[in-house]
Design a protein around this ligand. Structure first.
Ligand code: AMP
Length: 226
């Protein structure tokens, strides 16, 4: 099964993608995480991506598409994958569909997490991310057990540069201009599924599972997602 997770920055895509990918035995592929990994390793790609990311702009399609298509050819993606943060514009969506078609694959569903804008700005300004495993925390609604440390791996938590007010404003603008039209793209293909991303994490996960189940896409570890 191959799924896409859509939604504005701060909708909780990364958090839900980690939970769902684990429950459904899919590879979790997040382009933002891949770029941050390149940055941490100091690669040429990481350096090129950093200047765009800090300003809240999209990294050019040329590099992003190549990186993603390479990633989904890795063995762990053969069992299916959940894309988080890709595609972010129509050119990326079409490039993905073309590449999948060559292997006889398709995107089975695109899950859209809907969250109102005022909530997004607050969530992003309160967000802390693990420098090792990229898990996200929120100082108000989902704080770590030990301040400054990741519950899952003990890694140091930090605030992303692109969670600054200026970058957040730009990211939301870019989302509306370039990514929002993808809802129509997947709707036209009959693949769009919508969930309310506002409630607490566990409730959103349950709704996602229900929505996927309803259209027969919840084949988690062979027994349906529980
Ligand atoms: P994210 O972790 O998904 O919020 O992504 C962080 C940043 O990485 C974005 O604001 C972009 O600068 C860059 N990025 C991630 N995914 C993409 C993509 N599919 N296309 C272009 N830029 C991306």
């Amino acid at each position: 099964m191959r799924l896409v997770l859509l939604g504005p920055p701060g909708a909780g895509k990364g958090t839900q993608a980690r939970i769902l990918a684990e429950a459904m035995a899919l590879a979790h592929v997040a382009t933002g995480d891949l770029f941050r990994l390149h940055q941490a390793r100091g690669t040429v790609l990481g350096k090129e991506a950093a200047s765009y990311m800090e300003r809240g702009e999209l990294v050019p399609n040329r590099v992003t598409i190549a990186m993603l298509l390479e990633r989904i050819q890795e063995p762990d993606c053969a069992k299916g994958f959940l894309l988080d943060g890709f595609p972010r514009n129509l050119e990326q969506a079409r490039a993905l569909d073309d590449a999948l078609a060559k292997r006889g694959w398709v995107i089975d569903g695109a899950v859209y997490m809907k969250v109102p804008e005022e909530k997004l700005v607050r969530r992003l300004s309160e967000r802390l991310v693990c420098s090792q495993c990229q898990a996200a925390y929120h100082t108000e609604s989902a704080p770590p057990t030990v301040e400054g440390r990741c519950d899952k791996c003990g890694g140091k938590l930090y605030q992303r540069k692109d969670d600054s007010p200026d970058a957040v404003r730009r990211r939301l603008q870019v989302y509306m201009e370039q990514t929002y039209p993808l809802l129509d793209y997947y709707r036209t293909l009959g693949k769009l599924l919508e969930v309310n991303g506002e409630p607490p994490i566990e409730e959103v996960t349950q709704e996602m599972k229900r929505v996927l189940d309803r259209v027969g896409l919840a084949s988690a570890k062979g027994r349906g997602v529980k």
